[in-house]
Design a protein around this ligand. Structure first.
Ligand SMILES: [Mg+2]
Length: 405
């Protein structure tokens, strides 16, 4: 059996937001990689791994994945949370990678074997006008994407009123466009009316609210969108307001997807067991890795809920591959959010998942089936960008109060 010899953190992508964990063992050439990326706090996660996790794990059996996960969760007494979960996930994925290599099997085989041949994904379509949007959706339909997310303009788009048209106080803090719930309730149903008129009901369409609405308006939106038969409506509510899903359920049949901000089972277990959402969208790394997320997938199966693991623009190819293994082996799989990378980014990861049309494919190599070229990872990184703090854009209402993303 292999013992953990070293845990190394590698920062890459040009802006340094990708944090890849490499767990090396005492067996020559036997190591695994995992994803601990965090677009905004990669350095904080890195410190958690290097200063808190690694000293405790060096010398332990690499094959004791469950025990390492359980004991890491409580190793600092306080548990869960975005930082600790991501740190644990990076190590956890690397340990599954090692176990697969030891067994000579891909991780999806260790999880019970594939129950589908490929992973259906949803694409991100967008446009600043309805004409632009329908063109983009049509492009994805032509490329063979089974499900397409439709967004109007930027993050929160459809709800913005230009600065000079908004009713603002005379001491307004905010000089940009303001987010307005009523504008969103007006524009997004119109957007789907337009799309359905142009495209019919054949294409499977979703929309991401990015939690921008106040809860009662969120319920109203779900009801207003019912006639357009969405594949799902994403992040209708913020994690603090998930109790409102009960009201959504009472009001309409619009399918609900939520979870990319979840970092604690208390947030998602009741939604699954009470069947208040239809798709759970935890990011594998933010959920704590393959070990807890395979249990979430099993829980979903029992309650008829499906998985739609989060990906999106800032994730790395290792997290994407971890999702692909779970997708292939989980009966509760529903759909996978797509992710795409620049050619020079994919070059860092020989064996990375293949995205062809609307489907993603893993490979039959042992472990996660991919590697990290550390030399190329180092070359891609800009140290200046690495040192620049990163924050999410602040959307604000007319009175200046911040909108939760
Ligand atoms: Mg989202």
């Amino acid at each position: 059996m292999a013992k953990i010899n070293e845990i190394r953190c590698i920062r890459t992508r040009a802006d340094g937001t990708w944090l890849i964990v490499k767990v090396l063992t005492d067996q020559p050439g036997l190591y695994g990689i995992g994803s601990a990326s965090d677009h905004y706090q990669a350095g904080v996660v890195q410190a958690a791994i290097e200063q808190h996790m690694a000293p405790r794990l060096i010398g332990r059996e690499a094959g004791h994945i469950e025990d390492i996960w359980q004991s890491s969760l409580t190793s600092g007494y306080w548990r869960n949370g975005s930082i600790l979960n991501t740190a644990i996930a990076g190590v956890d994925m690397a340990l599954w990678d090692i176990k697969g290599k030891e067994a000579g099997m891909p991780v999806y085989q260790l999880l019970g074997g594939p129950c589908r041949s490929a992973v259906a994904c949803y694409a991100h379509a967008g446009g600043n006008t309805l004409e632009e949007l329908v063109e983009d959706v049509q492009r994805y339909i032509d490329e063979g994407w089974p499900v397409i997310r439709c967004q109007f303009g930027p993050y929160g788009g459809g709800g913005f009123i230009p600065h000079d048209q908004a009713i603002k106080p005379r001491n307004a803090w905010h000089q940009g466009p303001v987010f307005d719930d009523e504008a969103y309730l007006e524009n997004i149903p119109k957007m789907f009316e337009y799309l359905r008129n142009k495209l019919g009901f054949g294409p499977k369409l979703t929309h991401d609210v990015h939690e921008h609405l106040k809860p009662h308006n969120a319920v109203a939106l779900a009801k207003l969108l019912e006639p357009y038969r969405l594949f799902f409506l994403e992040d209708l509510l913020s994690p603090e307001q998930v109790q409102w899903y009960r009201l959504v359920r009472q009001q309409c049949t619009t399918p609900q997807a939520m979870g990319e901000l979840f970092v604690n089972p208390h947030e998602y277990v009741p939604l699954i067991t009470e069947r208040l959402i239809d798709y759970v969208r935890i990011r594998i790394s933010k959920g704590g890795g393959i070990t807890p997320c395979r249990k979430v997938a099993a829980l979903c199966e029992i309650f008829g809920v499906q998985t739609a693991w989060q990906e999106g623009g800032d994730n790395d190819p290792v997290n994407q591959m971890a999702a692909a293994h779970l997708d292939l082996a989980s009966y509760s799989f529903g759909i996978q959010e797509e992710n795409h990378f620049r050619p020079e980014e994919l070059e860092l990861f020989p064996g990375h998942a293949e995205q062809v049309g609307g489907y993603m494919y893993a490979n039959d190599k042992p472990g996660l089936g991919m590697d990290l070229d550390e030399e190329k990872a180092r070359k891609l990184l800009s140290t200046e960008s690495l040192a620049t703090p990163k924050y999410i854009t602040e959307d604000r209402r007319a009175d200046g109060s911040v909108v939760r993303p």
